[in-house]
Write a protein of this length. Structure first.
Length: 124
């Protein structure tokens, strides 16, 4: 995870006000990495905190689009990202391929999310 610059006055003030700030940030990033990995998203370990947040936000947008079209995330997001029988193949979270860049994956994920917004609703 990337750390804020040592000479960043804002971060210095925040750390002075909250001496546990770095630990809290690291804990939040560990939780974010665990959630992403649990969805089967490959992480190199070199992603910055900003990239991790962007990945999680993009995944959440995709999930909202699936739900808006009637998809069931418990069916469409299997354990470890393995989706055996999604409601619709378009509802399965796109996989990030090693060593795909975060920017490239975000582009593919955003395109999949946009396509879902125009996809026919799922009727159980």
């Amino acid at each position: 995870m990337s750390q804020p610059p040592e000479n960043d006055p804002y971060e210095a003030l925040e750390e002075e006000l909250d001496p546990h700030r770095r630990e809290e940030l690291e804990r939040a990033m560990q939780e974010t990495r665990a959630r992403l990995r649990g969805l089967g998203i490959w992480l190199s370990g070199r992603e910055s905190s900003e990239e991790l947040v962007n990945l999680l936000e993009a995944v959440e947008r995709f999930e909202r689009a699936v739900e808006a079209r009637g998809g069931d995330l418990r069916v469409d997001e299997g354990p470890g990202g393995e989706t055996r029988e999604p409601d619709d193949v378009h509802f399965a979270l796109p996989r990030r391929r090693a060593p795909e860049s975060v920017a490239s994956y975000l582009g593919r994920l955003d395109a999949a999310t946009d396509a879902l917004r125009h996809h026919r609703p799922h009727r159980p």
